[in-house]
Design a protein around this ligand. Sequence first.
Ligand SMILES: Nc1ncnc2c1ncn2[C@@H]1O[C@H](COP(=O)(O)OP(=O)(O)OP(=O)(O)O)[C@@H](O)[C@H]1O
Ligand SMILES: [Mg+2]
Length: 446
Amino acid sequence: MSRDKNKIVYVCSECGYKSTKWFGRCPGCGAWDSAVRVEEGVQSGTPSLIEFKPSTSDISIPQRMTTVMKETDRVLGGGVVSGSVILISGGPGIGKSTLAIEYASALTTYGNVYYVSGEESVPQTLLRVKRLGVENNRLFLSSEVNVDDVLSSVSSKGKPVAIVFDSIQTLYTSGMSALAGSVPQMRECTMKLIDYAKANDVAIFMIGHVTKEGNIAGPMVLEHMVDGVLYLEGEPRSGRRILRSVKNRFGPTDEIAVYDMETNGMIEIPDPSKIFADVDSEDPGSALSVIVEGSRPLMVNVQVLATPSYRNGSIRITRGFENTKLMIMAAIVSSHLGISLENKDIYLNILGGLRTSDTGIDLAVAVAIFSAVRKLRFPPKIAFIGEIGLDGKVRNVPQMQMRISEAKRMGIARVIVSNGYRSDETEGVKTLKEAILKSFGGRNVA
Ligand SMILES: Nc1ncnc2c1ncn2[C@@H]1O[C@H](COP(=O)(O)OP(=O)(O)OP(=O)(O)O)[C@@H](O)[C@H]1O
Ligand SMILES: [Mg+2]
């Protein structure tokens, strides 16, 4: 269908709400003075016939390219797919540009790669390139922010392999009055990049900032549009970084890669179980479990500290674990093990800066709370895998065998699981109370 007339619409710069009439306050999100006037092409005329391809047709399948970083390739489902658009997001200064430059340099094995940074000048980027030791005569730098100019300049130099845009918030496309970083601009630029990537079989990485709330600054719609979304997270003051795939059209999601950010770049940690778990710890409040992130099992250490409350209402604080989930676990421990947590502040931390919502860790959390409150040391080399219901019963979680094998690989002697799982390698329990009895003996349980 041809586009031959232009229509004026008003788009909210906050949420992307669209209307043919101007609005003072956005009916979509309630923001004031956010209406931006945008000219849109209107389709008219007779529809043109499109060609459908039979599924048996001999079309070339997009190739996967390696980033040379084994862990990153795994997060991407086996490497970067040519023609795909990947959004890399994360908080300020977390290492997005560092990671993206390393990918860009690695992909030069396949041809020319362009790194377009509206965030930093070319000399600044060059300084970083040199520090990371990735200078390369197929890696080209620019600080242009007009997306149309970038795409036509890149095309004039022959077919590139990949283009990195740092960041999507700095890009703009001409013919649109909205400011760079506004929702309509980001959406339009992303559309152009997707069209370009698919039409030219070029991999595109876009870097996106996140807001204080942890969302990508801009509309969720960006996440829906792209093929993959990678989040880089970690404690700003520590060098540990975790890259997580939250969306992937070409591989599993929730896959993680762990790095240490050093002066000369991101150093991969090939066996993260070794850094997330202190297998020899028998300290009160420190329990071991195995979670599954993506396709990989990880041994983790839950640490709980219980201290007397000195104010009205006790505190529950978590790191790497949902806060309300700790409240629920504390309630389960309190009612099914008969211990009072009323005057106790409880702090929970997942060692190594990891975040998880895997329910297989429940049993370890509950046992750790009990052990912290009673100050009971754990028997050596014991791990807990299972979900706990409000009824205090322990349940199986998916991929039990994979988790148990990981525990055994890490040298764990006893694995406590739900008795619904039958195996010679584990000890089955029906309830949380039974798990406590098995771990600490009868006289320690009320
Ligand atoms: N000269 C240097 N030596 C060692 N580390 C450095 C040096 N310069 C910067 N860094 C590290 O790099 C980190 C910034 O990484 P990077 O610029 O890749 O992050 P970013 O996520 O792209 O940040 P932004 O949100 O500002 O774009 C800093 O936190 C700092 O620790
Ligand atoms: Mg940056």
